[in-house]
Design a binder for this molecule. Structure first.
Ligand code: CLR
Length: 376
């Protein structure tokens, strides 16, 4: 039934929200949504989903052959999808509208050192653009020689009752081998469909195909389907792993939020039915004023406690302060300086990897990490 999951007092504003979506393209964050659908978490926290299974990330470095490493990269990637795309449903009952980060907002975190994962894994995130929202991130496990660098933005549209989200941006994983050799993997991102809007209980389904292109020639093509395709179940995927000099390809099939099987060996390929490990973050009281949880503290508290008046007041305060900052900059003829990243319009690493197979734009911009994160 329409609006089934919407609190009675918010049914009207949910309907207007849905109406404002029709024919909408652009930046969803600018639309006003009813309180029940607001999340107390900023989008700058989302890059942490890349590493909630730090041992799978670390294991990429342990692969003895190019093929073994390409498979380890795919296993780690697939194992992040459950967190990236279903965790709000698990923790809050449905997909929600995250807080829209301000320019310069930061999120720092780490996963502590453990024997099976070499050293500690660190995370540095910065909101590098507000309009359109763009988030840049850097994840590193130095002991294992692993670095993931990427940025993401979204292009949204509305079609057939669903929000369609095209992810803009890419990630590059760099593996420095014990021999000193270097491998790079270009990771592109799936398309999202947000369903369940009519009922007021949105959830994500993935669609189309995303790729992991290795500098060693190995390519994983991951095809996503929802209910009623390869297996009849939602969150299904089929990945083919191939190399230009190999005649046969490997096929992995399953559901990304549970398990998958390597069709050539019959072995379990990935399994995310076990607990994940959330990122460790400095307590809010000790955070700097640009750090996400400190910056949004009042808003998040209001949302969590159902005090939406306070949440709205705090949100306006932050937004007004941002507007004033932009006016001051315009007046002084200056622009905001990024702290941890440098924006480049054409990324040579991207160009080299994208050139290895068709279907990629020839070039993309990127945010290069300045190696100046806090010591964690
Ligand atoms: C951000 C990058 C992460 C993966 C990811 C997961 C969920 C996506 C989010 C990205 C971008 C913003 C997003 C969100 C789901 C809902 C939200 C598309 C791609 C939009 C802005 C809010 C829609 C509002 C309805 C839920 C009412 O790696």
């Amino acid at each position: 039934q329409a609006g089934e999951a919407v609190p009675a007092a918010q049914k009207g504003s949910w309907t207007s929200f849905l109406k404002s979506l029709a024919g909408f393209t652009g930046d969803l964050s600018s639309l006003t949504a009813p309180p029940f659908i607001l999340s107390p978490t900023s989008l700058t926290e989302f890059p942490a989903y890349w590493c909630e299974r730090p041992e799978l990330f670390a294991q990429i470095a342990d692969g003895k052959t190019e093929e073994a490493r390409a498979l380890a990269v795919l296993r780690w990637f697939i194992s992040t999808l459950k967190g990236q795309y279903t965790s709000r449903n698990e923790s809050m009952g449905s997909e929600k509208k995250p807080l829209n980060p301000v320019l310069g907002e930061l999120f720092y975190g780490h996963w502590p050192e453990k024997k099976e994962r070499g050293g500690k894994t660190t995370l540095v995130v910065e909101q590098v653009s507000h309009h359109p929202p763009i988030t840049a991130y850097h994840i590193a496990n130095d002991a294992k020689g692993l670095v993931l660098n990427g940025h993401n933005a979204q292009k949204t549209s509305f079609s057939g009752g669903s929000i369609i989200v095209k992810q803009v941006g890419h990630a590059i994983l760099t593996v420095t081998l014990p021999s000193g050799g270097k491998e790079e993997y270009l990771i592109t991102l799936p398309r999202l469909r947000i369903d369940g809007l009519w009922y007021g209980s949105p959830y994500i389904e993935l669609a189309d195909t995303s790729y992991i292109q290795g500098s060693n020639g190995w390519v994983s093509a991951i095809e996503y389907k929802g209910k009623g395709y390869f297996s009849g179940t939602s969150h299904s995927f089929k990945a083919t792993v191939s190399h230009p000099t190999r005649s046969s390809e490997r096929v992995i099939q399953g559901t990304w939020h549970t398990t998958s099987t390597d069709k050539s060996t019959g072995a379990t390929f990935h399994d995310v039915t076990t607990p994940k490990e959330e990122v460790t973050v400095t307590p809010v009281e000790e955070q700097g004023e640009w750090e996400s949880r400190r910056m949004w503290y009042g808003v998040a508290k209001g949302i969590r406690e159902g005090d939406f008046e306070t949440a709205a007041k705090e949100k306006s305060r932050i937004e007004n302060e941002q507007r004033q900052r932009r006016r001051d900059e315009a007046g002084a003829g200056t622009t905001w300086a990024l702290k941890h990243f440098e924006h480049i319009l054409n990324d040579p690493t991207y160009e080299r990897l994208a050139d290895l197979f068709s279907g990629n734009p020839a070039t993309e911009d990127a945010y290069i990490y300045l190696n100046n994160g806090p010591s964690m």
